[in-house]
Design a protein around this ligand. Structure first.
Ligand code: ATP
Ligand code: MG
Length: 441
């Protein structure tokens, strides 16, 4: 790979095809189709962002972003399977089955002090909208990190590098384009992106970026909670959850997202171990291509705050442990929403999973046996097993719940010491007579 060492100029270093290792084999057929169609229609067409970066690193990119000088309407006219989306950033989505190729028109770099018709900043300089189109040499400056600003040109398969991105990829360095404070003020989510990319790519975060994050982390509180949920998914479900978590804690960002969790982590080493194990588990599942649900990890993050709150509730009012956990999950999830909004389709099962935990303490009788049929059993069981691994749940009981799942109904009846004899035997023990109801007469 050729080193580009140039910064801040409007002529790119062009790395010809023989001098880099981005092969078309690494680019999805759909992305290639879009690139070629744009090019054949007389537009510039570049693969940009993670697709180029990951291919250079020898990782197999999964997500492809395209940049072009065609306007969104021109893109739409070229593809029947195209939809324009977004208000903040107007983009074209070209759909091929389940794959979506994102096509963005070059943006002109904007300044918080400049007044453009279709650009909007808030008082802190955060970009609210950016729909001023421009040329590639303008587009490059609005991208976040140097490694994300490499453009692969479909016309001759060369890479255009305006910001020394190729060198930073080679040296595995995460560096902002421009002044870190300004770039973070424009979009505080870039702090989370820095940590996410450093974890995923095994990059070193440049010291000026680190300093700037430590100084500006409070700005995350200005970001809409819904956007932080999207970012939460990217950080914790992409296979590098554990590393990302460690960096988030190191940079003081985790507390900006999960304040109550962070407080408990500082108090309780066992809870920290529990969280680490859950993250390790999540990463292993992603690596094995197994499904992961955000509700499980959210339940893990909120577990210690929920338990603490449930205890408080029980000290004030008489209620069962399950009831107090359910109520506490509701309250803590509510508090959490102001930072990272969690859709109800995840909070409801999470609450159930947490409130079910005390039911694993009882392994005798009908109610215990019924637990196996609960629609949330699997998640609640996995959660309990994780607790057992950390000494937060009795290991013999955990083994019981593992074994009983493999048993047939007769064996289960014995395990749960159910009153009725196994069904193979015709004779049934006579039922206990119910106490007669006390009549009010
Ligand atoms: P991955 O797809 O692996 O998460 P990516 O770099 O492709 O990584 P995307 O979120 O898909 O990330 O964005 C594509 C490109 O758009 C980025 O590489 C970057 O150039 C630009 N970009 C995305 N989000 C921002 C942002 N918040 N600020 C500046 N540039 C951004
Ligand atoms: Mg991408």
């Amino acid at each position: 790979m050729k080193n580009s060492g140039n910064t801040n100029k409007s002529e790119p270093t062009i790395i010809p095809r023989p001098s880099h290792n981005v092969s078309r084999n690494e680019i999805s057929r759909s992305a290639l189709k879009v690139l070629y169609r744009l090019h054949q229609s007389g537009f510039q067409a570049f693969l940009v962002g993670g697709g180029v970066r990951d291919a250079l690193l020898g990782l197999h990119p999964k997500d492809f972003d395209i940049a072009t000088d065609a306007s969104p309407d021109e893109v739409r006219a070229l593809f029947s399977n195209c939809r324009l989306i977004g208000r903040r950033f107007r983009l074209a989505h070209v759909r091929f089955g389940r794959e979506i190729i994102e096509v963005a028109t070059f943006r002109a770099a904007t300044d918080a002090n400049e007044k453009h018709a279709d650009v909007e900043h808030d008082d802190e300089g955060r970009i609210l909208r950016d729909n001023v189109y421009g040329k590639i040499e303008e587009d490059v400056w609005r991208r976040d990190f140097t490694c994300n600003a490499l453009y692969y040109n479909i016309a001759d398969f060369s890479i255009w590098d305006y910001v020394g991105g190729a060198k930073d990829v080679e040296q595995r360095r995460l560096e902002f384009i421009g002044d870190p404070d300004t770039r973070i003020r424009e979009d505080p989510v870039r702090m989370l992106r820095a940590v996410r990319f450093a974890a995923k790519l095994d990059f070193r975060i440049a010291s000026d970026v680190k300093e700037s994050i430590l100084k500006n982390r409070e700005l995350l509180s200005n970001v809409p909670a819904a956007r932080l949920f999207d970012e939460f998914l990217k950080m914790f479900q992409a296979g590098c959850a554990q590393k990302t978590f460690e960096l988030l804690r190191e940079y003081g960002l985790f507390r900006m997202l999960f304040t109550e969790t962070d407080k408990e982590l500082d108090k309780d080493g066992e809870f920290l171990r529990f969280v680490h194990m859950a993250l390790e588990n999540t990463d292993a599942r992603v690596a094995a291509d197994k499904s992961v649900t955000p509700m499980f990890l959210l339940g893990v993050f909120l577990w210690a705050p929920v338990k603490a709150f449930a205890e408080k509730l029980r000290s004030k009012e008489k209620m069962s442990i399950s009831q107090s956990l359910s109520l506490a999950s509701y309250e803590i999830a509510g508090l959490q929403q102001s930072r990272v909004s969690i859709p109800r389709r995840f909070t409801t099962p999470m609450r159930e999973m947490l409130a079910m935990q005390p039911r694993f303490d009882v392994n005798r009788g009908k109610r215990a046996s019924k637990l196996l049929e609960h629609r949330r059993f699997r998640a609640a069981y996995d959660f309990m097993m994780l607790r057992a691994k950390c000494g937060d749940f009795d290991s013999d009981l955990a083994q019981f719940w593992t074994d009983v799942q493999l048993q047939n109904s007769d064996q289960r009846a014995v395990s749960f010491e159910l009153a009725s004899k196994p069904t193979t035997s015709k004779r049934r023990r006579p039922r206990k007579r119910r106490k007669p109801k006390v009549s009010s007469a």
